[in-house]
Ligand binder design. Structure first.
Ligand code: ZN
Length: 424
């Protein structure tokens, strides 16, 4: 690890009160009334939140634009001729009944860091890019991380329809993008010298370890499966138990086995988060069930092993019950290590601010894991109270939110000196 005795930028801190105020402002948009937020990607509330962030940037004299993928992007020119920009950002969309800080925190922390750099009259040598990624969470059955996938040049099927029957290309258009020009949104090779995303931890590790800052070392890989179980829809009163092919009973077996895979250590975590049952009527034996499986691990081989076990289980259950069980591979994101040099910058920034930090993997998926495929990347975590996230109870202490943004600002200053031919 790099060591430094430099403790510069003593007064170089973000406006903490403004950061907290802006987080509260964003939390009003899509507020659920019990502390949470429902701000699905491409919804009117998502558009309002993005417009508010663009307004805040404009107030600081920073222009922003929407790229063809629907990402909101701001660009501040640096004073050097360093190759590649420093980039930072996160997302504003949430899950249904999600929290106030997942995504929004990283956007506002990045915004405050950028605005501070602009207002401090000490620009970076590198150009600085702020990105609000579009559709990180995968609203209404869309794949998620759409904006970051496009930036990385990965293919996105814009003709796929969401649960409301609306094609992705239309959703992208709704937020000001242009799905016919996605290739123009791709970040050119070497255009990004470093990317750093601040985020709430969404788990309990920092709080348990009494650390204020998480220096993220890797992001776990993720694989989604769609399972369709076709049994026989029959009368609930007249069909003997021995003659049934009940799709929901078979689904219950699958769900139990998926959870067991993780409990037995085959894969780090495994979840069934979405299920539909047809006809979903109290006096009819279910004939059709669709369910999802979400597998995550730091090791892609372990995810592959869990996937293979689920295929075996489906074959076995199909043979013993007579049901037709179709297991389809959904979106996959490989596990990715973070960049050591950038992680060191975060570590040093935390040390300089006298904040205890901890090196840790991220259990949640983030846009950063895609950006890491094309540019050196790291993440900064701040503690989540009780480790809860993706619920209205999601919360973080004010002093942690402010501290994380200051670590982000100072990390950007350090990266400016240390990466991509920076000059100071
Ligand atoms: Zn997030």
């Amino acid at each position: 690890m790099l060591k430094t005795s430099t403790n510069g930028f003593a007064s170089d801190v973000i406006d903490g009160e403004r950061l907290l105020h802006r987080l509260r402002e964003l939390a009003h948009i899509g507020a659920t009334g019990d502390g949470g937020v429902t701000r699905l990607a491409y919804s009117d509330d998502d558009i309002r939140a993005r417009s508010l962030v663009a307004e805040w940037l404009a107030e600081a004299g920073v222009k922003s634009r929407v790229d063809p993928a629907g990402n909101l992007i701001a660009h501040v020119v640096g004073r050097g001729d360093s190759r590649g920009a420093l980039a930072t950002g996160s997302h504003l969309d949430t899950v249904v009944r999600g929290g106030r800080f997942d995504g929004a925190y990283g956007v506002v922390a990045s915004l405050e860091a950028m605005v501070h750099i602009v207002e401090s009259k000490t620009p970076l040598w590198h150009d600085l890019v702020l990105v609000v990624f579009s559709n990180e969470e995968g609203a209404n059955g869309t794949p998620g991380m759409v904006g970051s996938q496009v930036l990385c040049g990965f293919p996105v099927d814009v003709d796929q329809v969401d649960r409301a029957g609306v094609p992705l290309w239309k959703r992208i258009e709704d937020v000001g993008g242009d799905a016919t020009a996605l290739s123009e949104a791709v970040w050119a090779e070497d255009s990004i010298a470093a990317f750093v995303e601040a985020h709430i931890e969404q788990g309990p590790v920092l709080e348990t370890e009494r650390a204020d800052i998480g220096v993220v070392t890797s992001i776990t890989g993720r694989s989604n499966l769609d399972i369709r179980i076709t049994g026989e829809q029959q009368h609930a009163g007249t069909t003997p138990m021995t003659d049934r092919c009940d799709a929901l009973v078979i689904a219950a077996r699958v769900i139990g086995e998926v959870s067991t895979l993780a409990r037995e250590g085959v894969v780090r975590v495994a979840t069934t988060g979405h299920i539909t049952c047809s006809p979903n009527v109290w006096n009819v034996i279910p004939g059709l069930v669709n369910l999802t499986v979400d597998l995550r691990d730091e090791d892609d081989n372990r995810i592959a092993e869990a996937t293979s076990r689920i295929h075996c289980l489906a074959n076995e259950l199909s043979t013993t019950t007579g049901a037709s069980i179709d297991v389809r591979q959904g979106p996959q994101v490989p596990a990715v290590p973070m960049d050591h040099q950038l992680a060191d910058c975060v570590s040093i920034a935390a040390d300089q601010l006298a904040l205890p930090s901890l090196h840790m993997p991220s259990g949640a998926g983030h846009d950063a894991q895609l950006i890491a495929r094309i540019a050196p990347t790291t993440m900064i975590f701040v503690p989540s109270i009780g480790g809860v996230s993706h619920t209205p109870q999601e919360d973080s202490h004010d002093h942690h939110l402010v501290a994380g943004a200051n670590v982000l600002l100072r990390s950007l200053r350090l990266m400016d000196q240390r990466v991509g031919g920076g000059d100071s």
